[in-house]
Design a protein around this ligand. Structure first.
Ligand SMILES: NC(=O)c1ccc[n+]([C@@H]2O[C@H](COP(=O)([O-])OP(=O)(O)OC[C@H]3O[C@@H](n4cnc5c(N)ncnc54)[C@H](O)[C@@H]3O)[C@@H](O)[C@H]2O)c1
Length: 327
């Protein structure tokens, strides 16, 4: 498979599933310059999909990330329930509920329409790509493209190959992703949780262990994460941070600390309790913290505002830019 750097306008990309992430991915692809075929996986998706996509585009315009108002993208976008619209897509990204039976039925509908060379990808957060690709005709062209919300403003993108993926397709997406303004990671063979979830779940295991053993409150743990890790993570990542600290005491501390960290393999009782209370956090006011009516919207607005600022801030501090300043 040889694919050279095309004009993005000539590359149609399909997105199937227009919920929270699907709408956000559609907006990111429009901004990158693609023709986008947005397919409503269920009829309810159609309702409000145009407004959800428009809201994302408007926020980017108001924030100065893109110079165009949402109407400029109208002719690049098709919203439909008809999978036939995917016929000429070079890439189709599935973004439906995290259930294998739903995703697999969507793959059947996609593969019945698209060409044999069309890359088919899932935005799954946690289902192994090797497992999902067993439901796809010509599985060599199937891989994971895991976006972070909001897809228009985050630089993160995880590209993951399954056992049957031909790496050439992943390389093609890796190159394309740079043109979407991303800093993609590339996992040659999928592992459960990919990269980010493995890191975050190691942290979740430890925070529940600390709370449940009465060592610290959730407020303390949040403060530690926000004002310690949060103050250097976006700038340095983890390995550069260790270099920056001088690497001196890490081996000593690892030796003393690793045996004391939680190695639990079960759902923490506090999380189990949240599940049994149907706690959905900001979405239904039942969470690890209390929430009043309307607080979900306040957190949504704060997150959108913060994302925008950190997106701009991070752009000025890539490793290349920091090096440029010293040369
Ligand atoms: N929300 C996030 O921050 C986030 C981040 C990364 C990855 N993801 C992944 O993206 C995918 C979609 O997540 P979301 O947050 O957009 O969810 P969502 O609940 O907002 O949207 C789910 C979508 O699934 C589809 N759907 C629902 N029932 C269906 C059915 N019976 N048949 C076919 N399609 C159906 C619809 O298109 C619906 O809009 C999931 O795999 C999720 O793990 C989400």
């Amino acid at each position: 498979m040889t694919k050279k750097q095309p004009n993005l306008r000539e590359v149609s990309v399909g997105v199937v599933g227009l919920g929270l992430m699907g709408s956000s991915i559609v907006a990111a692809l429009l901004i990158a310059g693609h023709q986008v075929k947005a397919i409503a996986a269920i009829p309810e998706d159609v309702e409000g999909a145009d407004l959800r996509i428009e809201k994302q585009l408007r926020q980017c315009n108001e924030a100065g990330l893109v110079p165009y108002s949402p109407d400029v993208y109208a002719e690049q976008l098709t919203i439909s329930v008809d999978y036939n619209e995917l016929r000429n897509c070079a890439v189709v990204i599935e973004c439906v509920l995290e259930k294998i039976e739903i995703k697999s039925s969507v793959y059947n509908k996609i593969t019945a329409i698209v060409g044999a060379e069309t890359v088919i990808a899932s935005n799954t957060s946690a289902i192994p790509i090797s497992e999902l690709q067993t439901y796809v005709d010509k599985p060599a062209r199937f891989l994971g493209i895991h976006w972070a919300e909001p897809a228009t403003m985050t630089r993160f993108l995880e590209i993951t190959c399954g056992k049957l993926t031909d790496p050439q397709y992943a390389q093609y997406i890796f190159r394309l992703a740079h043109r979407w303004g991303k800093e993609p990671t590339f996992l040659k063979m999928d592992i459960r949780g990919f990269i980010t979830n493995r890191l975050m779940y190691a942290v979740y295991r430890e925070i529940f262990y600390l709370i449940e053993n009465g060592r610290a409150t959730k407020e303390d743990l949040d403060k530690s994460f926000r004002y310690d890790a949060g103050s250097w993570m976006t700038l340095m990542g983890i390995f550069r941070r260790m270099d920056y600290m001088g690497l001196k005491d890490f081996a000593l501390i690892i030796n003393r600390l690793f045996p004391e960290l939680s190695n639990s393999e079960t759902v923490p009782p506090l999380m189990q309790e949240m599940v049994s209370r149907n706690a959905r956090g900001v979405h239904n006011g039942k969470g690890l913290y209390p929430y009043s009516n309307g607080e979900a919207k306040e957190w949504d607005d704060a997150f959108a505002d913060f994302n925008l600022k950190i997106h701009k801030l991070a752009a000025g501090y890539s490793a290349e830019k920091v090096r440029e300043q010293t040369s």
